[in-house]
Design a protein around this ligand. Structure first.
Ligand code: GTP
Ligand code: MG
Length: 217
């Protein structure tokens, strides 16, 4: 059942993402980041897991973030800014665990991701995206370990839920929660989403509206 508070948060989330979102900055390295400002929320995950698609689904924009069938589409830290009064930014990140790129490039992306996650005071939350079909892999564990060391709150978001049968989804959520016991800094709850069907978007928007409200108090 949805309580009054949940309904109010869902509405705040809906309004936040119905506003105007735009691209503001792309950074290929840690030295060229935009000045810190507002509440930043980043999306991390293996290549092709659906990070850029999730940003598009959240904002209701087809092509705000660039997506692709081929892993390795997003190659920089990409910053999007929300409505002016909201003072919030979304950060699309390059994927990790992409085996077919040149080794030096993988190393530089991986280092960029870890440095950003550890050293950004304005970063308020990281959503770590996991493909519902595959679950948490070793490269995901490395990111979770980095996040355990940072002061950033983080939560697992399962993506592409439309690709898994309903029963399989419940099992995947349980298995993912069980693995999170080793990461006490993570939110114990796991969100199931599909950018294709829009499942889980109202809940994710509400979670961000709550975070932003807390930060601005
Ligand atoms: P990189 O930038 O390369 O790290 O990838 P990414 O994580 O940003 O993934 P992206 O959003 O580009 O999506 C990768 C592929 O997954 C695309 O072909 C999308 O259409 C597909 N995809 C994304 N979200 C969903 C979803 O919810 N369901 C299904 N079935 N496919 C999805
Ligand atoms: Mg991408």
């Amino acid at each position: 059942m949805t309580t009054g508070l949940d309904a109010e948060l869902m509405e705040r989330g809906r309004r936040l993402f119905a506003g105007d979102w735009k691209f503001i900055w792309a950074s290929p390295s840690i030295k060229t980041l935009p000045p810190m400002a507002g509440v930043e929320i980043a999306f991390a995950g293996r290549s092709n897991v659906g990070k850029s698609s999730l940003i598009n689904a959240l904002t209701g924009r087809n092509a705000l973030a660039r997506t692709s069938n081929t892993p390795g589409r997003t190659q920089e830290l990409i910053f999007f800014e929300g409505p002016k009064n909201a003072n919030v930014r979304l950060v699309d990140m390059p994927g990790y665990g992409f085996a077919s790129a040149p080794k030096a490039r993988i190393a530089s992306w991986t280092s960029l991701i870890h440095q950003f996650l550890l050293g950004r005071a304005s970063l308020a939350r990281v959503y770590v995206l996991i493909d519902s079909r595959h679950g948490i892999k070793d490269t995901d564990q490395d990111i979770l370990t980095t996040l355990d060391r940072s002061a950033v709150s983080y939560q697992i978001v399962l993506t592409k839920a439309d690709e898994v049968k309903a029963g399989g989804m419940a099992e995947r959520i349980e298995a993912t929660r069980a693995l999170l016991v080793k990461h006490p800094a993570a939110f114990p709850d796991v969100l199931a989403t599909s950018s294709r069907t829009g499942a889980g978007m109202p809940e994710l928007r509400a979670a961000m509206a709550l975070l932003i409200g807390e930060r601005q108090r």
